[in-house]
Design a protein around this ligand. Structure first.
Ligand SMILES: Nc1nc2c(c(=O)[nH]1)N[C@H]1C(S)=C(S)[C@@H](COP(=O)(O)OP(=O)(O)OC[C@H]3O[C@@H](n4cnc5c(=O)[nH]c(N)nc54)[C@H](O)[C@@H]3O)O[C@H]1N2
Ligand SMILES: Nc1nc2c(c(=O)[nH]1)N[C@H]1C(S)=C(S)[C@@H](COP(=O)(O)OP(=O)(O)OC[C@H]3O[C@@H](n4cnc5c(=O)[nH]c(N)nc54)[C@H](O)[C@@H]3O)O[C@H]1N2
Ligand SMILES: [Mo]
Length: 701
């Protein structure tokens, strides 16, 4: 029977939300026939999604029905890392889970439990914000600080602006000058492009600042190629040009900022010639962009997470965020800067997570210090690791140490996921959880101002359970009785919405159900910082006493990257390696999906022709990329899109699915950036050498 002949008893369309870690948080529609999801599309009337999904999520239905999806609980039967498992029942899985946690708590205290949640789902209920949160509080587990993505930049932004509100991305349509600074939206969050295109149609000029001529940079009016990690120096240099021209907005500064005279002195210490030496950008190009910035209102700056994976990443965002305060761009619709819009939503996180269930304070464990956490921590050592929505064996720095930690025989590890990842191979128990069209969740976005409800469109595959249900069953097996631990998904959603915050006034579960999404209570597009600047002074803080109290420079500054600028490291490892987003994966998600993996091809490392020639590397040839921490195998790509001295490779490959069994994170150091314990994925030096070099013509004779 062909598809068209098949009788369709029942066809319906269910609205839901893309749960992935991306600023765009799309509204989607799942087409369901006879109870089976058969299609997916972006919601046409959603003001940000506008009917389009990305190259990855377009295939989400295949992802749901993938033959390698986990459908039953598993227990490990081989050595850790071997991937040998046996199917067990949910009753056995939950009983083992509860037993081991209870014993560990009794022997070592609740802090020996590390609830390790990652960015697989950004949902409040099933994802990084709060999954299992109430139970972890009741058990007195260690706190988990999810530092892997945006923390350095978020802290930096907050010193200047008080929060991460930022410019409403829809307002980009009104800008006359747009600076995309260390972001690659055509790959990483393409829906903002529409608003940028509208501005360009009306004559706006688009500049992209990136060490790589990314997909986005290739489409700009101007690409400024910068030495990685030196963006704060460029920001100060651009402001130097503005101030030298007398183009700062003195009235705005007087009314809305503090610390200008001291900051002005700092800015004057960064003339374009000095900045050119630091950033590798010609002084004339710095001056020309500075003059354009001085002349053009409104100017909108789009910056994201790629820029802040350095020793000075927090300071870079803190400094860039001062620019619209100097130019007065915040006055104008379409003027300002955005890193994240996450703070517009004022949900009741306390009511949702219930920190009051905790009997006593507990330590905080840092997500990007997993190697250290598993191998070096004492008092108590980590005895239970519960990984949910994360794949640290692929995505964390210092892959070698992370794997060594995961391999500890005395560590009890549970992985709750959709697939048997590299991390799952080390687990004692692997628990299959539902995908987004199979469960309920609430989603705030970090790249627009809409709130989304996601409700199940279809029944779960196999024996998959929502993570919320796994934690309810676990609480029962642990003999706990507090009703808060057994709240239904609907009750959990209501607890978040019931905050009394003006952003959600009138936004109820019922209203969200009708449409799937609602705009938070702000005008469209929103004027940034509608409630004033939430800094201690209530103003934009050029001078931050809070930063000084935290041991940082009281003024925005340039904090150099560490390995990038280290001469001794450069002598041994001459290439700076950055590892931005792959067009076809979402972090490590989809990197096991055959069609997307085929499109992405093997791991590539892109090199400037001079750097390749100096090493005898031919285009397309296999190479080893290495430093003292580790190595991975890649295929060389010789290109003019990267700066001399910079190498680029995409993040996200599964170690076990690539030649050599490691990815870029085998070379990345486990060390904190300047603020918020951010990771330093791009503050990394390596060398690259051919594998099995072909005999030279002389040797061949
Ligand atoms: N297709 C796809 N989309 C994604 C993701 C994915 O893996 N794949 N990941 C998602 C996640 S988790 C996040 S956090 C966001 C990230 O979103 P983005 O920040 O837009 O993405 P990245 O690719 O990490 O970095 C953007 C650009 O920063 C450049 N860059 C690196 N170092 C520097 C620097 O020092 N200075 C400057 N000026 N530029 C620099 C990189 O070359 C890259 O082109 O994307 C999300 N969207
Ligand atoms: N070298 C390098 N490394 C990087 C980066 C970089 O730029 N360079 N970027 C970093 C960034 S920005 C990020 S955000 C991190 C991401 O790192 P992680 O937070 O570890 O995210 P992923 O590796 O994508 O793993 C997410 C897992 O969650 C699972 N998952 C998806 N949805 C759900 C769900 O609803 N429930 C459960 N239980 N599981 C689910 C997926 O199947 C997947 O296995 O990677 C970081 N790693
Ligand atoms: Mo991220």
């Amino acid at each position: 029977m062909t598809r068209s002949e098949r009788p369709t008893h029942d066809r319906s369309i269910a609205r839901g939300t893309c749960p992935l870690d991306c600023p765009d948080t799309c509204s989607w529609e799942i087409i369901v026939e006879n109870g089976v999801a058969v299609g997916i599309r972006g919601t046409a009337d959603h003001p940000f999604t506008r009917g389009n999904l990305c190259a990855k999520v377009d295939r989400y239905i295949e992802h749901m029905h993938a033959p390698d999806r986990l459908l039953h609980p598993l227990k490990r039967v081989g050595p850790k890392g071997s991937g040998a498992f046996e199917r067990i029942s949910w009753d056995e899985a939950i009983a083992t889970f509860a037993d081991r946690l209870a014993t560990i708590k009794e022997d070592h205290g609740g802090e020996a439990i590390w609830p390790y949640a990652g960015c697989g789902s950004m949902g409040f209920l099933q994802g990084i914000v709060g999954v299992g949160g109430r139970l972890w509080n009741a058990l007195g587990a260690s706190h988990h600080e999810p530092t892997i993505c945006h923390h350095a930049g978020s802290h930096g932004t907050a010193y200047t602006m008080g929060s991460r509100h930022g410019l409403d991305p829809e307002a980009f349509a009104h800008a006359r000058l747009i600076v995309i600074w260390g972001a690659n939206p055509l790959t990483t969050h393409n829906h903002v492009w529409r608003f940028i295109s509208q501005a360009r149609e009306a004559g706006a000029h688009l500049v992209v600042i990136d060490p790589v001529r990314s997909r986005t940079a290739a489409r700009a009016d101007e690409h400024i190629s910068i030495v990685p990690g030196t963006d704060a120096a460029l920001a100060l240099g651009l402001l130097n040009v503005v101030v030298t021209m007398g183009a700062e907005d003195q009235a705005f500064i007087a009314e809305n900022t503090i610390g200008w005279s001291a900051y002005r002195e700092r800015i004057l210490a960064f003339p374009p010639e000095r900045v050119a030496q630091v950033t590798g950008i010609p002084a004339a190009q710095i001056r020309s962009l500075g003059e354009r910035l001085a002349r053009t209102r409104p100017t909108a700056i789009l910056t994201r997470m790629g820029i802040q994976r350095h020793a000075g990443g927090g300071m870079a965002l803190r400094t860039i965020m001062t620019i619209p305060g100097v130019t007065g761009d915040w006055r104008h619709l379409g003027g300002g800067a955005v890193y994240s819009t996450g703070a517009y939503f004022g949900g009741n996180i306390k009511a949702f997570l219930r920190p009051d269930l905790r009997a006593k304070p507990a330590r905080t464990l840092i997500m990007t210090r997993l190697g250290e956490g598993l191998l070096d921590l004492d008092d108590p050592p980590v005895k239970a690791l519960v990984v949910l929505g994360a794949n640290p064996a692929a995505s964390n720095p210092d892959q070698g140490r992370v794997r060594k930690g995961l391999a500890r025989d005395d560590l009890f590890t549970v992985v709750i996921d959709h697939f048997k990842t590299d991390t799952a191979d080390f687990a004692d128990l692997v628990l299959p959880t539902t995908m987004q069209p199979e469960h309920t969740d609430l989603h705030n976005a970090y790249g627009h101002l809409y709130l989304h409800l996601n409700e199940p469109a279809v029944r779960p595959q196999g024996e998959c359970l929502p993570s919320t249900e796994i934690f309810r069953r676990l609480a029962a097996a642990l003999g706990l009785t507090d009703p808060a631990l057994f709240a239904t998904d609907e009750e959990l959603v209501r607890s978040i919405l019931d905050s009394g915050h003006p952003s959600v006034e009138g936004i109820t579960l019922e209203r969200l159900r009708e449409q799937g999404w609602l705009r938070l209570n702000y005008p469209r597009p929103a004027k940034a910082y509608p409630f004033g600047f939430p800094t201690p002074s209530g103003k934009i803080e050029f001078l931050s006493e809070r930063a000084a109290a935290d041991g940082l420079d009281p003024l925005p500054a340039y904090t150099p990257p560490r390995e990038v600028t280290s001469e001794s490291t450069a002598a041994r490892f001459p290439l700076v390696l950055i590892s931005p987003a792959s067009h076809f994966f979402l972090n490590s998600m989809f990197a096991n999906k055959p069609d997307l993996l085929r499109k992405a091809g093997p791991i590539k490392v892109s090199l400037h022709a001079d750097d390749a020639a100096a090493r005898g590397i031919a285009n397309g040839s296999p190479v080893r990329v290495f430093n003292d921490r580790g190595a991975f195998v890649a295929q060389a790509e010789i290109t003019d899109t990267v700066r001399r001295g910079v190498a680029v490779t995409p993040k996200g490959y599964w170690p076990k699915l690539v030649s050599g069994g490691t990815n870029v994170n085998a070379t990345v150091e486990e060390r904190d950036s300047d603020m918020g314990h951010g990771a330093v994925f791009h503050d990394n030096r390596v060398d690259v050498l051919p594998i099995n070099p072909l005999p030279s013509p002389v040797a061949a004779e």
